[in-house]
Design a protein around this ligand. Sequence first.
Ligand SMILES: [Ca+2]
Ligand SMILES: [Ca+2]
Ligand SMILES: [Ca+2]
Length: 223
Amino acid sequence: MEQDILERCVTYFTHGGPIEWIGGGITIGTISVSGGDGAADNFGNTFSILGASWLSLSAGAQGVTLGGVDYSGYGDVGGVTLDVSGFKGDTTVVGSAFDDTITDNAGVNTITGGAGADVFTFMDTNTGTTLGLIDKIMDFSNTAGDKIDLTPVVDVNNYGEAGYADFNAFLAGADTADKAVWVGLVGSDGFVAVDHDTNGSIDYVIQLAGLGSLANVDVASFA
Ligand SMILES: [Ca+2]
Ligand SMILES: [Ca+2]
Ligand SMILES: [Ca+2]
C-alpha cells in the first residue's frame, strides 16, 4: 500500500468517514480492532462488514461487544451467531441469508433475520409493553423455519392467540388470557406478549412486523 493511501486509512479510522470511501477502491482483507482496556468495549454505531474475509477483534480478556451489526453481505458463511446482549443501548441487527442465531439485549432492538431458519433469542429482562419501545422482528417467517427462544419462559405450551382492533386491546386481551405466551394480530403486525416467569403479569412484548396472519405463527414457533 502506498504511503499516502496508508495515511488516508489512518485518518479514516481515526476520525471516522463515509463507508463509501472504503468501497471506492481499497480492499481491506483484515480489520483489526484493538486497544481495549480489559473491560467491555462498546461500539455503538452500526458496524457493517460487507464481504470482509476475516474479522479479528482483540480488546482484552473480556472481548468486544458490538452494537448494531449487519451481516446481510455475507455470502458463504452458512449462518452466524449474533449476540448483542452485552451492549448497553438500542441496536439494529441484520442476519445473514443463512440459519442465524440472534440474541437481543435489554435495549430496543430492530432485528432482521434475513433468509434461512433463524433463531431469535430474547433476554428475560426486556423492553416492556410500550408500543414503539418494544423489540421488533422485521421478517419472522414460520414457513422459513424461524423460531423465537423465550427461555426461561416456564411453560411455552401455555399459548394462545387472537386478533385485535388495536395494540391496547391486544394488551388487555393478553392480560386477561393469562397465558405465558399470547400472540395477537393488529392489522398486519403480530405482537407476542411474554409472561416469562408465569406470574400472571406480562413482562414484555415483541412485535412481529408484517406477520400478516396468525397462520404464520403457532406454539411451535416458540421455545
Ligand atoms: Ca431487547
Ligand atoms: Ca438468516
Ligand atoms: Ca410475569
